[in-house]
Design a binder for this molecule. Structure first.
Ligand code: SF4
Length: 515
């Protein structure tokens, strides 16, 4: 069974419940969603997990479709959860199966991390014969005293148990086939996951007699003996990784503990770029600084590896958001107001582009109402408008609305109900009912939720009825207290799944060059 949740915390908690209930569960999220789910993760690392729980984590180095250039590896390390990173799709399948087994054996969530460039890889794979069941068997809950309970009285003991589990996993990783040494040269290179694949592409047809390569697939906990043996076998080491010097820092610490003096190069000595995606051309640029004998067999250019960034095109004219901002602009101009626009992620951030160019603040999903209320508390006297999409509203915006409605504030909340989650692939919104899997689910009424809140003003508009909308938006803009306007009109591109305001992602795929 699959289910799309309103946010990643709920998704993770659903997966925890399924696993406790006897069904192996997988929760998928990107790096920023991992942050949202971190709270229950920091408990799930202390309890058991039942049937098995895997987190498929999609990081986005380079921020191709994210609000940050986050490296989630150090966060997962802080959560003390085992992490694996495949180099190819076929290894990804093998690793995910292994992750479920490991999770079941060690009774803890296991992370399989991939990145944007991994997701764009193509490979013909053999799918394993995994029995898929769409129905679960009804059964009574199996009680186990304290197994799923974390309290002050057992947290430290459980933390100690967690460290024991991590030590056992680290020992197992010493013999893992996901880690492999090739070559016997004096120049050692360590790379994990997709970066190993990129390195393989860069080194295709190159004379490798001077290098040794340690490919890592188990990226936390690290196999200490495998790594220190490798450090001892070479004269110096280059660590290739994306974003933070995560492996480099841990490996230097291991080398110190083992009394090794092998020079370790990477981010700290600026041989490798630290921010954004690590491209093949950057790897090719770093290699000769470390290995003088490197002679490239292929040239890689920045243009070749550039991906499409989210489109900078504005809101289409037939977009239901367009009349809302046109009216707000006209009202602001005629009344001499200069509203502060705090906008959640989604289509509405296109007001950053012409003809509007009015976006002031944009953080993460569900953040706009909270930030807007902070501006008011800080004494900002301009009208403050929080703009929330329907998916943002269900994700976390609703909590912030409860907060401002309960505490009182002086801001306008505009909820743009386009009945889809356009930016991430036109998934259905909870206000419509229906789900990605086609199951029938109940619909949620944003209107009824707002009506349940003690706000001073709550109105629904059809943005294409501009006369009525103007009157309502004028009253909302110039009123006081917490005012909420729901603009309801479906996105015209739900059926086609393609809006001219967004570029096609078709070109954003690459072949595995060396296979
Ligand atoms: S996807 Fe729909 S709601 Fe989003 S910008 Fe395009 S038309 Fe507007």
């Amino acid at each position: 069974m699959d289910c799309m949740s309103t946010n990643e915390k709920v998704a993770f908690e659903t997966a925890v419940g399924a696993s406790i209930g006897g069904v192996p569960a997988l929760m998928g999220c990107k790096g920023v969603g991992f942050n949202v789910a971190l709270d229950p993760m920091m408990v799930a690392n202390l309890t058991d997990v039942g049937a098995g729980l895997v987190i498929l984590l999609g990081d986005d180095p380079g921020a191709w479709a994210s609000q940050n250039d986050q490296d989630t590896r150090p966060i997962a390390w802080g959560a003390e959860l085992p992490m694996l990173e495949p180099a190819t799709p076929s290894e990804g399948i093998e690793m995910t199966q292994y992750a479920f087994q490991l999770s079941q054996d060690m009774q803890m969530p296991v992370i399989v991390r991939i990145t944007k460039s991994f997701g764009a890889m193509k490979e013909v794979v053999n799918l394993p014969d995994i029995p898929i069941t769409s129905r679960v068997t009804p059964h009574l809950f199996e009680r186990h005293a304290m197994r799923w309970i974390s309290l002050p009285k057992n947290a430290v003991q459980r933390h100690r148990r967690l460290h024991g589990r991590i030590d056992a996993i680290s020992s197992n990783y010493e013999t893992s086939s996901f880690n492999k040494v090739t070559g016997v040269g004096a120049y050692g290179i360590i790379a994990a996951g997709m970066i190993f694949t990129k390195l393989t592409d860069v080194l295709a047809d190159v004379d490798l007699s001077e290098v040794s390569i340690l490919k890592l697939g188990t990226i936390w906990p690290l196999p200490a003996k495998t790594i220190t043996d490798f450090l001892q076998s070479v004269e110096q080491v280059l660590i290739l990784e994306e974003n933070e010097p995560f492996l480099e820092t841990l490996i230097k610490s291991m080398a110190y503990d083992a009394g090794l003096r092998t020079p370790v190069h990477g981010k700290h000595d600026q041989l490798v770029y630290r921010e954004g995606e690590l491209f093949r051309w950057q790897i090719a640029e770093a290699l000769p600084k470390f290995w003088p004998g490197y002679s490239p067999a292929h040239r890689f250019s920045p243009e070749e590896e550039q991906k499409a960034m989210p489109s900078e095109a504005g809101l289409p004219e037939n977009c239901p958001y367009t009349p809302v901002f046109q009216i707000l602009n006209e009202l602001s101009e005629s009344s001499g107001l200069s509203p502060v626009y705090v906008v959640d992620p989604g289509c509405a951030i296109k007001i950053n582009t012409p003809p509007f160019e009015i976006l002031d603040i944009k953080y993460s999903m569900g953040s706009s109402i909270g930030i807007a209320s902070g501006l008011v508390l800080a004494g900002v006297t301009d009208p403050v408008i929080a703009v929330v999409g329907d998916s943002d509203f269900f994700h976390l915006g609703v909590n912030a609305l409860f907060n401002v409605a309960h505490q009182g504030s002086n801001l306008l909340v505009i909820i743009l109900e386009n009945s889809t989650t356009a930016l991430s692939g036109f998934q259905p919104s909870p206000n419509l009912g229906g789900s990605e899997s086609g199951d029938v689910t109940a619909s949620l009424s944003i209107e009824q939720i707002v009506q349940a809140c003690p706000v001073t003003f709550a109105e629904l508009i059809d943005p294409w009825d501009t006369t009525a909308s103007r009157d309502i938006l004028k009253a909302a803009l110039t009123g006081s207290g917490v005012r909420v306007v729901i603009s309801r009109s479906p996105c015209p591109y739900i059926e086609s799944g393609f809006c001219p305001g967004y570029k096609s992602d078709e070109s954003d795929t690459i072949e595995i060059l060396s296979r």
